[in-house]
Ligand binder design. Sequence first.
Ligand code: PMP
Length: 404
Amino acid sequence: MVIGMGLLDLNLHNKLPEKFRADFPALSNSVYLDSAATALKPQTMIDTTVEYYAHNTATAQRSLHQDALKVTTAISEARQSVAKFIHSQSSHQIVWTRGTTESINIIAQSYARPLLQADDEIIVSELEHHSNLLPWLIVAKQTGAKVIKWTADVNELSSLLSPKTKIVSITQMSNVTGFCPDLVKISQLVHQHNAILVVDGAQGVVHQPIDVEKLDIDFYAFSAHKLYGPTGLGVLYGKQHLLEQMDVWQGGGKMLKNTTFSDFEVEDLPYKFEAGTQNIAGILGFKATLDWLKKWDEAQLNCYITQLANYAESKLSELNHIQFYSVKNSPIISFNMHNIHHNDIAILLSEQNIAIRTGGLCAKPLMDKLGCHGVIRISIMPYNNQQDIDSFVTALKNAIEVLT
Ligand code: PMP
């Protein structure tokens, strides 16, 4: 894609976004360019959640009345939908969690902690969100293992991998720069060294098709809320033999086959990781979201986003004293305006009804590397359109005028 290709090409795809936009009631509130923080929700996901609370409230896997049995079945169908979506062989490898953060913490505490010994190494890229760094720092403190910093460059990885490496953890797409590491090559290298590969799919799952089997990913984590789904729900995928060998995460109802007062036998996968009542409304809402997503041509949506990102970048490039941090044509565009604090921009944009994200984006080590305290980020989804970008750029210009 060439910068400046502009209006003509965007108009080619306008029909699809207009239909897509119509499914998002919250679009009437503001120009929403903060989807990398959390995506807006389609009407069907909202309706399904309301329906559950209004008419079909029941618990899953416990009671035997009709509504409870329906909910139990729906939850297992939802698990199958997720398995299909990420190309997991079995739905038993799909564990419901609260989100990416919890998924990675489970890997760190239930897989890594019993395995790691002093001086073992966990390689983590410097691009990572705190959710894919802190769990490793915590488990390193607990075990004496070391967290090794990596640029996310494949060539550098070869020189970092050694017999001491037990885990390599990497984002599928940086929430700051939009960079997508080469997971094919990374996976090959990691497995040549008998380490395991953890992928944080929080951003990537939204914009790239993912095939955990083909990529030979050992653990994959993502959050429903960034993929048009509900908050408070996430997924942990793991290879079956790894999930089986792992310690349980939390104790409580339904993670056990049998218990006495002094001991217990754990349930099979995936239930051994799902103590307590799950986020039932969220899971049902997410199933509806995934069904709704199937209506759209993913390649067409991604092509549209690339064009819109290209348009936004070309508009922003016209501004004086702008510094970009993101890769070209990414749905995530991060930048700073020279001598203007990012948060001042956010406040002045908010006054003009434009929602964006500013700050460290939960990636402080990356901010240190970029040499800034924070950035201005817009993130683009197929429900955004050219008018959104135009309104944002006009509002940004107004803000700059006030601040300089
Ligand atoms: N990883 C990345 C790359 C993210 O962008 C985010 C959310 N900003 C997370 C992890 C954490 O996701 P959650 O807060 O939903 O657990």
